[in-house]
Each structure stands twice: as C-alpha cells, then as structure tokens.
Design a protein around this ligand. Structure first.
Ligand SMILES: Nc1ncnc2c1ncn2[C@@H]1O[C@H](COP(=O)(O)OP(=O)(O)OP(=O)(O)O)[C@@H](O)[C@H]1O
Ligand SMILES: [Mg+2]
Length: 122
C-alpha cells in the first residue's frame, strides 16, 4: 500500500490545488473518453474547477459525446489562430470547461507542419 492510498483509506483528503489527471492507454476503444467525461462530471459536481482537455490527435470526440459543436478547438491553437486560453469553451450544463480536439483539420495541420519541418531536419 502506498502512502497516498493509506492516507486516503484513513479519510485524509488530497491536497487542493492544480492537478492534472492524464487518461491514456496503448489500446483503442477501452473507454478513455467515457472515463474522462465521467471523471470531469464527478469533479465538477464535487466543487472542483475542472477543464476537460481532449488531446486525442487521432479521433478526438469529447465534443461529439457531449453533444457540443465548439467554435474554438485545439486545431486553432496548433495552427496559430488562437491561444490555448482562447480555445477553452464553457460547458455550463455540467459546470466544467473543455478544450476540444478537431480530428480531420487537426490531422491536416499536423501533416502540413510535418511537411514544412521534416525536409529541413538534420
Ligand atoms: N464503462 C463502460 N461501460 C459500458 N460501455 C462503455 C464503458 N466505457 C466505454 N464504453 C463504450 O465503449 C466504447 C468505447 O468507449 P470510448 O470511446 O470512451 O473509448 P476510447 O478509449 O476513448 O476509444 P478511442 O481509443 O477510439 O478514443 C463506446 O461505445 C462507449 O460507449
Ligand atoms: Mg476516445
């Protein structure tokens, strides 16, 4: 048992502050997006200021699963059209914010960046 799990078992609360929880796996379709959305709901309901950041560069779909069509997303940040702060979109229904990925355009942008940079690399 780790010190953290021992502390939690005895009722201690984790320190409040800025925490980053990464949800990732080497295998697709195992429930990362579902878990991340559910966790964001739970944290927001628990009074935590929560940002759900969809960093899936392959097939981002947090916005789709939430039924949102955000005007700003990660693609705009990578393409230099917006800042990361400007890409944050409120989701008032659940009380947390999101940064959405945009799969097709995002992949186009990354491919363009790769095409511009790779020919000049070592
Ligand atoms: N706890 C769960 N119980 C039942 N079904 C689930 C659960 N978690 C996820 N699913 C279902 O499994 C499928 C895959 O879930 P999800 O999209 O969250 O996976 P993912 O790991 O994000 O996939 P990807 O690698 O494609 O991004 C979805 O149809 C989702 O509704
Ligand atoms: Mg996913």
């Amino acid at each position: 048992m780790t010190a953290t799990s021992a502390a939690l078992e005895h009722g201690a609360r984790p320190a409040r502050g800025r925490n980053v929880i990464a949800v990732a796996s080497g295998k697709g379709g195992v429930g990362k997006t579902w878990f991340a959305i559910t966790l964001a709901h739970a944290l927001a309901r628990g009074g935590r200021r929560t940002l759900l950041f969809d960093g899936d560069l392959g097939l981002a779909n947090v916005d789709i699963q939430l039924g949102l069509m955000p005007e700003r997303d990660l693609d705009g940040v990578i393409a230099g059209r917006t800042t990361l702060r400007q890409s944050v979109v409120p989701y008032p229904t659940a009380g947390f914010d999101i940064v959405a990925g945009e799969p097709a355009e995002l992949m186009d942008t990354l491919e363009r960046i790769g095409a511009e940079i790779l020919p000049h690399a070592g």
